[in-house]
Design a protein around this ligand. Structure first.
Ligand SMILES: Cc1cc2nc3c(=O)[nH]c(=O)nc-3n(C[C@H](O)[C@H](O)[C@H](O)COP(=O)(O)O)c2cc1C
Length: 260
């Protein structure tokens, strides 16, 4: 079972990812970044994908212009720690959905297949993070299943909500079995926080679990779920502060608030 730290914009910076990995997470993800912006060499976008150490990290990208994706791939040089790319098909933001990206792309398997091939042609691993559709109609039509069936990504991280569902609505874990039945590798995401939750996902046949909010104020959760010996939260907070001293790009204000 793989334990993964979820991508979290303005929170899961390199120091946070390092600590989650040190204390149990097998894999981490950068926050979403538009590859169309990266291609323009936009400084603030480029900072988001800098890896400061060898923490196993997937770089999450989002966008729809295939030529720009090709351009970005041809200019990209992997740093230590880089494990591959994650394609964001889950962002619920209205702005992005209006532009036809993020969760609006779940129903476009042919396009996604082409985008996955572009990344693979450069020899990089690629996986996908998706929701169940943009609304309950798409969920009912099972657009997520067609995507998983038709696209050959290394694995699929399924956030078990459709785009219009907020965190108040419980993630619909019933959908994981049918995702697993496709024969593809599935990582479960949404409301996972206890050993019992992880056991359930293992029984269903998921290859991993991805944890977001439960790690926000407890980066030790991965180690705790794995019965690893972990330090106190107070010590980890201090370790985070020390790490940030040498890392210009960080979200320390947000992280320290959530680690209070
Ligand atoms: C502060 C915050 C920022 C997030 N930013 C991203 C992001 O950049 N990319 C992404 O795919 N998901 C993002 N998410 C969604 C999480 O990765 C995850 O799918 C979601 O929180 C459900 O998992 P959880 O119940 O374990 O929190 C974000 C979530 C939070 C709380």
């Amino acid at each position: 079972m793989q334990y993964m730290l979820a991508p979290m914009e303005k929170l899961a910076d390199s120091s946070f990812r390092y600590l989650c990995h040190k204390y149990g997470a097998d894999l981490t993800f950068t926050e979403l970044t538009r590859f169309e912006t990266l291609v323009k060499k936009n400084k603030s976008a480029l900072k988001r994908i800098v890896l400061y150490d060898d923490t196993p990290t997937m770089i999450q990208i989002m966008g729809k212009n295939e030529q720009k994706l090709e351009e970005f791939m041809s200019s990209f040089s992997p740093e230590k720690g880089f494990q591959g790319f994650n394609l964001n098909l889950c962002c619920p933001s209205q702005t992005y959905v209006k532009q036809g990206i993020g969760s609006a792309m779940i129903k476009r398997p042919t396009k996604i297949k082409r985008m996955v091939d572009i990344v693979k042609n450069y020899g990089y691993n690629v996986n996908i993070k998706l929701r169940l559709g943009v609304n309950k109609t798409e969920k009912k039509e099972k657009v997520y299943l067609s995507l998983i069936e038709r696209v050959d990504a290394d694995f699929f991280i399924v956030h078990a909500r459709h785009r219009s569902e907020s965190y108040e609505i419980k993630a619909d874990w019933r959908i994981f079995s049918e995702c697993v039945k496709t024969g593809k590798d599935i990582v479960a995401n949404g409301d996972i926080k206890t050993k019992e939750d992880v056991k359930k996902m293992k029984e269903i046949g998921c290859i991993g679990v991805m944890i977001g909010r439960a790690a926000m104020n407890n980066p030790l959760i991965f180690g705790q779920l794995k019965d690893m010996k972990v330090p106190t939260l107070k010590d980890v907070r201090q370790e985070y502060i020390e790490l940030c001293k040498n890392r210009e790009f960080n979200y320390s204000e947000n992280v320290l608030k959530s680690l209070r």
